[in-house]
Design a protein around this ligand. Structure first.
Ligand SMILES: [Fe+2]
Length: 160
């Protein structure tokens, strides 16, 4: 079943929420490819998803670093472990094993859990930094503001 975006998963950092939604869209695309048993599409979607997720992780890590998030190191470790798990899957697939069901399940569970927990944790600190000069500190950070500030530089660096 396709994953529907649950607003509870929003961090309040619009640019991050859009990236997370895009990752979920890739997971849903993978499910469609899987249902159609479309090998070429499966390979393509996995490649795009991994590529995009890696850029997203790089973006998040740079953002956490700038915000002085104290748990940057463990968060980076979690990202690293995830990439290693996905790489194991792609290696098994390269040897001819059919891993798509297992991979799809892992992606859906892991990423949603990560967004709901670890990412929620850094959001508080990043938002505090981003809203420092805004009149309403609890207002969500708009994409426009993010693009014009330091996040804009990071966006250009990770998603050219
Ligand atoms: Fe993360």
């Amino acid at each position: 079943m396709a994953i529907l975006w649950d607003p509870k998963l929003n961090t309040g950092i619009e640019v991050i929420d859009h990236q997370h939604q895009r990752i979920v869209a890739y997971i849903n695309q993978l499910e469609v490819a899987k249902q159609n048993a479309d090998k070429a599409m499966i390979g393509e979607v996995i490649e795009q998803l991994v590529d995009y997720t890696q850029s997203h992780f790089g973006f998040e890590e740079a953002m956490m670093e700038q915000a002085g998030y104290p748990f940057l190191k463990p968060h980076q470790k979690v990202h690293e472990l995830f990439i290693r798990r996905v790489t194991d899957f792609t290696m098994r697939a390269a040897k001819g094993e059919d891993v798509v069901d297992e991979l799809h399940l892992m992606l859906a569970k892991w990423l949603i859990n990560h967004i709901a927990n670890e990412d929620r944790d850094y959001a508080k600190i990043v938002l505090r930094m981003l809203t420092k000069d805004q009149p309403a500190p609890s207002a969500p950070v708009s994409e426009e503001k993010a693009h014009s500030g330091f996040l804009g530089g990071l966006l250009r660096k990770f998603f050219h």
